[in-house]
Ligand binder design. Structure first.
Ligand SMILES: C=C(OP(=O)(O)O)C(=O)O
Ligand SMILES: [Mg+2]
Length: 416
């Protein structure tokens, strides 16, 4: 019923106008799945390897398709993903490309769900899933690698942790995004948008804190539920390893000063979430900050109910790269209390699930995430619901972002 009978691969456009890999998987009973690989700009140095799409497709056709077609069952995700690993043989997908691997892995999951007649989140998570939803983290102002001449900090995020429903949370983030446009207008600041649809104004990080803080407060008062404030600092992009300092234009901060700066911002703006506050190899710095503002390693998992008031989530993206070995190092050193999950960082859904399971067992919050280069693919919305993730980070506006947000609304409405 779910035996894979064909896999087709092609180049399609992503949201930046770059080529990416799309996969179609078909099963013997007619089950069909289509998925496309996203692509990062501020990628972690320990991520699985993305190849140029043409090369990834050629290599996957040569090495992976013979191990998939007529050989594996799309309903058995572990088997599909094991075949991808065997075809690649390198441990980091440098032979067939993590972009080919993740597109095939996600397309197979969708084909399996289709053949079985279940929504994807239910196929991945089981019949008891679908009644709790992640809090959407909405990127509302940004810069770094996602927009030139804007803020040094990559993402200023709205986190509607008190929203009564996922739909109200999604609309709250859109309202914060709209309010920021008005506030920037009042200040006479012109703003285009960055890669993820966040405003990319030519203002300092300090001004961005003020504007986002005000917008979050305004929308919170208007809607009557709590909206938190978060950041993705993408600090590996700010870090000068030779000098051992974080560079913010003409200002620099040592690691100790960076920890102080983040802790001060947590206090001043009541931050509920800070991603990658330190360099991607600095477990020690993550531990120091987590001990200071993260509520301790034994804090209960915030899943479903938003973060605990006394616990800021310190999330590893480039630090952990969805990799169980790097996450285990973090658990051992109490570095962070949350992990960002990007399936393309590790190459398959099975590997992403392993990271989610290890995180959950160790009381790390899970945040399922898009990339800055995206497509209309909605797999991460289903993955977040299937795994009962506390959060999903998938932007606020723009078709490739709203594709995921609208899918969450449909899942909540039993309309998938
Ligand atoms: C989504 C992000 O950006 P990118 O995809 O460029 O890594 C991120 O850093 O969390
Ligand atoms: Mg990040």
């Amino acid at each position: 019923m779910t035996q894979v009978t064909s896999v087709a691969l092609r180049r399609v456009l992503d949201s930046r106008g770059n080529a990416t890999v799309e996969a179609d998987v078909l099963t013997d009973s007619g089950g069909f799945g289509r998925a496309a690989a996203p692509s990062g700009a501020s990628t972690g140095e320990h991520e699985a390897i993305e190849l140029p799409p043409g090369a990834a497709i050629a290599a996957a056709r040569e090495h992976a398709l013979p191990r998939l077609v007529g050989e594996v069952y799309a309903g058995n995700q572990r088997e599909v993903d094991a075949a991808l690993h065997a075809a690649d043989g390198t441990g980091n997908f440098s032979e067939i490309g993590a972009n080919s691997a993740v597109a095939i892995s996600m397309a197979a999951a969708k084909a399996g769900a289709d053949a079985l007649g279940a929504p994807l989140y239910q196929h991945l998570g089981g019949t008891f899933r679908g009644d709790s939803f992640p809090v959407p983290l909405g990127n509302v102002v940004g810069g770094g690698e996602h927009a030139k001449e804007a803020t040094h900090i990559q993402e200023f995020l709205a986190a509607p942790v008190g929203a009564p429903s996922v739909s109200e949370a999604v609309f709250a983030n859109a309202a914060v995004h709209a309010r920021i446009s008005e506030l920037l207008d009042d200040r006479g600041v012109p703003a285009g948008k960055g890669d993820e649809g966040a405003w990319a104004p030519p203002i300092s990080d300090g001004e961005a804190f003020e504007v986002v803080g005000e917008a979050v407060d305004d929308v919170e008062s208007e809607l009557g539920f709590e909206i938190g404030f978060g950041l993705d600092m993408a600090a590996a992009e700010l870090y000068d390893a030779d000098e051992g300092v974080y560079v913010y234009g003409d200002q620099t901060r040592s690691t100790a000063e960076q920890v102080d700066y983040v802790a001060d911002m947590v206090d001043e703006y009541d931050l509920v979430y800070v991603e990658d506050p330190l360099d991607e190899n600095d477990y020690e710095g993550f531990s120091a900050l987590t001990a200071r503002v993260g509520g301790g390693a034994s804090a209960p998992n915030a899943s479903g109910g938003g973060p605990r008031a006394d616990r800021t989530l310190i999330c590893g993206d480039d630090l952990f790269v969805t990799n169980v070995e790097r996450l285990q190092d973090g658990i051992d050193t109490e570095a962070g209390n949350a992990i960002l999950i990007k399936p393309n960082q590790i190459g398959t859904l099975s590997d992403a699930f392993d990271a989610i399971e290890l995180a959950t067992e160790n009381r790390y919050e899970t945040v399922i995430s898009h990339r800055s280069g995206e497509t209309e693919d909605t797999t991460i919305a289903h993955l977040a619901v299937a795994t009962d993730a506390g959060f999903i980070k998938t932007g606020t506006v723009g078709g490739e972002r709203t594709a995921k947000l609208n899918e969450l609304i449909r899942i909540a409405d039993d309309a998938v």
